[in-house]
Structures are given as C-alpha cells and as structure tokens.
Design a binder for this molecule. Structure first.
Ligand code: KG4
Ligand code: ZN
Length: 339
C-alpha cells in the first residue's frame, strides 16, 4: 500500500510517498523543503517564522510528492503525520493539513511520534530489519536509547537529562564561528584539528544509561571564553576535534553498556536522528558493534535528518497495528501526546 507521510515538526516541511507491504519497503518520493537559510540569519530556529514557512510550502510539497511517486490521492492507502514532539505551531500546520486531506478524501489518518519516525528510517535502509533491536536516537532535540520491542512498542532505557547531542553541537559550532546548524560543519572541521582540550564526558558516571551534555557544553564555553579574554582564541579545529571526541566517546560508552544489558534480547543496534549523519559517530559505533558481534544499521545520510519518508514508514506500522486518528487529532510539543 502507498502511505503519504507528512513532517513539519521543526524547520523542514516534508512530504513523501512510501510503498509498504509484505516484502516491500520502497521510497517512491521524498520531498524536503528546508528552512535553514531563513533561520540561519537568526542563529537558530524562530518558531513563528517556521510555522509561516510550513504554511507556504505544505501544499506544493505534497503535490510534488504525489507527482514524484506517479500516483494520485485516490491511490493513497493512509496518511501519516507527525503529531509530536516538536514546535507546536509548526506541528499544527502539518496536522491540520493532513486532517483536511484525509477527511476530505476519505483516507485513513494515523498519528506518528517524530522520534519513532527517525527509527523507522532504518526499515527503509534495510528492508529485512525487524524488531526487537536497540535504537539510539541522536537529534537536535533528543538523545535516547530505546529497546524497540515491536514496530510500535518503544521502551526508553536511557536519555539525556538536559541538552541533546545535536543542540550541544550547534551551540559550540556557533561560538567557534560555524553557520547554523553547526553540527555538519563541526563534523568536517574535527578532521583538521587535534583533540587538544580535555573535556568532561556526557556519559553520566554511574550505572544509568543517561547522558548530560550541559557540563560538557559549559566546559567548552569556558575554555573558549577564557582564551578570548587572554587574546589568544582557541583553534576552532582543535575545539571541534576535542568536542567531537568527548561526545562520541560518551555516546559509545552508554551504548556499549546498553548493548550488554539487552544482549540476551537483541543483536542489532539502529542509529537514527539528525546527528546519526556524524561520520565520527557512525565509525565509532560501527567499530563497537563489530567488537560486540552486533548487527549495525544506520540510515543513509539523506534519511537521518527530518523527512516525510521516515514518518510514512512509521505510520505504516501504526496503521497495521489498527490505530486510526479521528477529527479530534491534535499536536503536542511534548514527547507524549498525553503530557
Ligand atoms: O533529527 P534532526 O534533523 O532534527 C531534530 O529532530 O532535532 O536533527 C538536527 C540536528 C542538528 O542539531 C544538526 O546540527 C545535527 O542534527 N546534525 C549533525 C550532523 N548533521 C546534522 N550533527 C553532527 N554531525 C553531523 N554530520
Ligand atoms: Zn528530527
């Protein structure tokens, strides 16, 4: 069946058509309209501007996704839309558009959790992938470890207690002169520097599977500010290398612990979310999995950032589980629709 997936939780408006069924997982189209150039002027996402840009893009993007897949609305078996978590104004644009399209055309509608969507990108990367598996979601807003018991059942076993990995990359990227969002630029810059600065680990030093990025962020900012005050600014490449090393080692440490804890239940690690595009993290987790004899699945870089195809894939499994949204469907900024 064809699923139309719609995503508008932050600064990307996306619509995609994915064909899903027994033995079939195929992306027919995946159109992403990024607002990054607009938000870059302000050094971060401005929620009101994001909502307006979603309104301007959503119809055009949806028409392009259907055209690109070579199908019409009557061929769509279900519409899947991101309802949470995210920027509330941005989410509401996608949710209300999807509701009108679904109820105006008699198409079933399903609600998708954005984080579950990121994980579902892995099903499109490896069509034979099946739960249970361990999922590490690292994005602009989340850093979480999930035991994915089945396609729609996620048990969070670790998460950040403050900032997310992507947010932490973007913050340091900004202070060392990278354009917003700094994550991707920092990834490349790190190859040109030495990990000369000693920075605290984001892996909390006890037996939880939680992270904390605020101490690492503050330590890096203190080093940068003190050097500026002395009139000898830090080498941005050295800071990028040091910071990346601390983030990657911390994430690897907790993932290693998590894999050991669930070893009897799962033999696969899925890495997902915008920060899953980070080359250092992909390499380090690949090495860890090889050492542990664990199967490693990471989506193509084009599927790591926010996109409609991952929402369509997650929506398919919600649909198959029998879940349907009605006209009361709403959006929520929180991780759970009930918060
Ligand atoms: O998943 P995503 O597209 O949006 C959220 O759901 O938050 O993630 C965006 C985050 C940004 O913080 C961005 O800087 C980061 O992913 N990112 C990266 C890389 N590419 C994107 N961080 C580190 N290395 C990268 N190559
Ligand atoms: Zn995301």
């Amino acid at each position: 069946m064809y699923i139309l997936g719609m995503e508008s939780s932050c600064d990307e408006t996306s619509a995609a058509v994915v064909e899903m069924g027994a033995g079939v997982r195929r992306i027919c189209s995946d159109i992403v309209a990024s607002q990054i150039d607009v938000h870059r002027l302000y050094g971060g996402v401005v929620p009101e501007i994001a909502s307006r840009a979603h309104i301007e893009a959503v119809s055009r993007i949806t028409a392009q996704a259907l055209d690109g897949a070579g199908i019409c609305l009557r061929d769509v078996g279900a519409i899947a839309v991101t309802t949470h978590p995210g920027l509330i104004g941005a989410l509401l644009v996608g949710v209300n558009f999807a509701k009108s399209l679904a109820f105006g055309n008699g198409i079933p509608l399903v609600s998708v959790n954005h984080i579950h969507g990121h994980v579902a990108a892995a099903y499109l990367t490896e069509p034979t992938l099946e739960p249970p598996f361990l999922a590490l979601v690292v994005s602009g807003g989340h850093t979480s470890l999930f035991l994915v018991r089945d396609h729609t059942r996620f048990e969070e076993i670790g998460s950040t207690r403050d900032d997310a990995a992507g947010e932490a990359f973007d913050k340091i990227g900004r202070v060392i002169g990278m354009p917003y969002p700094g994550g991707a630029a920092l990834d490349q810059l790190a190859y040109r520097g030495n990990a000369a600065f000693d920075l605290p680990s984001p892996a909390i030093h006890d037996d939880t599977l939680d992270f904390s990025f605020s101490g690492l962020k503050t330590a890096a900012l203190n080093i940068i500010n003190a050097a500026n005050q002395r009139g000898t600014p830090v080498d941005p490449a050295d800071m990028a290398a040091s910071y990346t090393k601390a983030v990657v080692q911390g994430i690897v440490r907790k993932t290693d612990m998590a894999l050991s804890r669930v070893a009897g239940e799962v033999g696969t690690l899925v890495l997902a979310g915008g920060v899953a595009a980070n080359s250092h993290l992909r390499t380090a987790l690949g090495d860890l999995c090889r050492k542990q004899g664990v199967h490693f699945v990471v989506p193509d870089r084009s599927l790591c950032g926010d996109n409609g195809a991952m929402i369509a894939a997650a929506g398919y499994f919600e649909y198959m589980a029998g879940r349907r949204a009605d006209t009361s469907l709403n959006a929520s900024a929180c991780d759970s629709m009930n918060d």
